[in-house]
Design a binder for this molecule. Structure first.
Ligand SMILES: [Zn+2]
Length: 189
């Protein structure tokens, strides 16, 4: 991602906003060498994760104790060759409900939405660009916490659609325009 930012001719990253604490969204944070901003709960969960004695043996032990952790913990093992390279950093700025951040002439609005995926889920509005970053906020809970009947939270998505936002960017799929999101919500109902 750092190389892509540089290749696109964008200015250096001055601040990193975390949408939630899940490892696939935070374990690379140290590479940015920029202050982190996150919800208070995100900072608390990250601090707890940083205390685990991460290693491939640790992953195996945790999966043996709780096989439901398998998908997440095996993915961590595939992502990290050598855990001595993994550096945990914690957010230097936290917030409770909302936070407006202005940096380099751009203003972004962080809004804590919580929800079933994880209680620290935060969305990031960039009104001047008409962009909303959803993180994973409407996804079901992670595999090891999922209950029968848990699915995507479409009511949450519907509550986030607004006229000043044209692009809806989630973390694990392509960006979608407002009309496409509205159509998908209609079709799902
Ligand atoms: Zn997640």
């Amino acid at each position: 991602m750092r190389h892509a930012v540089a290749a696109a001719g964008l200015p250096p990253v001055r601040r990193v906003v975390l949408t939630h604490h899940h490892w696939d969204h935070t374990w690379g944070a140290a590479a940015w060498e920029a202050p982190l901003v996150a919800h208070r709960l995100c900072a608390r969960f990250m601090a707890a994760e940083a205390l685990e004695p991460w290693s491939h043996d640790h992953l195996r032990r945790r999966i043996a104790d709780n096989p439901l952790l398998g998908p997440s913990y095996r993915a961590r093992g595939r992502a990290v060759d050598d855990f001595t390279d993994l550096t945990f950093v914690t957010p230097s700025t936290t917030f409770e409900d909302r936070l407006r951040v202005t940096e380099g002439g751009a203003t972004v609005e962080l809004v804590h939405v919580g929800g079933g995926h994880t209680p620290d889920s935060t969305v990031v509005r960039v009104p001047a660009a008409g962009v909303l970053f959803l993180g994973d906020c409407y996804y079901p809970p992670p595999h090891h916490l999922r209950r029968p009947g848990d699915g995507p939270d479409l009511d949450l998505v519907a509550s986030l659609v607004s006229d000043d936002i044209e692009w809806y960017v989630e973390s694990h799929d392509v960006p979608r325009r407002r009309a496409e999101v509205e159509e998908a919500l209609r079709a799902a109902r």
